[in-house]
Design a protein around this ligand. Sequence first.
Ligand SMILES: [Zn+2]
Ligand SMILES: [Zn+2]
Length: 328
Amino acid sequence: MTRTSPVPPLDLPALFPGLSAFAKTATRLHPRRGEPDRSDSHVGGLLLWPAEEPWPTCEELHVVATETPVPPVPPLSTPSPELMAGLATMVPGFAGYTTTDAGSFLRGSTVQVQPGPLVPVAQLRAGDIPDVRCPPGTDMLQVLWCPNTHGEHSGPAIEVRWRQERSVVNVLPAAPPVTASEEHYLPRRCVVHPEQVVEFPDDEELPDDLGERVRAFEDSRQYGEESYSSVSRAPGWKVGGYPSWGVTGLIPMLCDGCHSPMDLLLTISSSEHRGAAWFPVEDAHVPESWGDPAWTVLTKPTGVTAGNEDGLRIFVCTACPEWPIRVR
Ligand SMILES: [Zn+2]
Ligand SMILES: [Zn+2]
């Protein structure tokens, strides 16, 4: 089944003369649980990986959560600073305590080296996804990450590979088993339903006068569902288009090598849903009901929680020959 974004509730180019010059296409992936073939475009699942190419592993330090049983600690809503200071000396990376029927536990974390294989995040064929960027001679983007939290960044360590589909002759039958992971970094197997849409930039990325007009409009709309920020960029997993900077404010993404502005390659999102403006018409009959499994499968099909509310974004520099990436 295809997935179709509704007609936008606002005609942004008509509301903001001059805006149409900034229109850019994005491809919404609309991932849904399924059993994709390894040669399809998909999220999670198996990759079309050459048997002769080593599978990437992560050798970085991983933050590993710990729970240390201790004598009963009273479940206080506002524990005294003295109590917390005392507990904090007992475990590394102290993050609080939990008291349950099973006893009291101090929550902490340690930083360890646990080398492990990366896991497939997405495989995107240029033939399926109009906005996917591939260097000359390649037609497939593969994204993998280490499914652990890393000391120096907030999220998983990401690796991208571009390849030419038909040059993969001997296919690796299966990815190596995962050794250590956090559940929310293990994408469920999903098929994708690519849909190309039109997006407009965050108001901070517009010229001053246009940005000012957008901000005045937003103030009048209370940043609700029929606001510029809701309508100008699609939520969920998408290829290309524009990033949202609502959480952090604009962070210019410039290439470390050549200082050129980088392009948004892929957005990995914790939720497909952000109000009605972008909710697919094919799914509109499903009532919004957080906690209902049917709603969860629709809005959080990949099971991934990564990045902030604006998602985890992979940017690429196409001016440098090796197409370096940055993640934000
Ligand atoms: Zn790692
Ligand atoms: Zn560059």
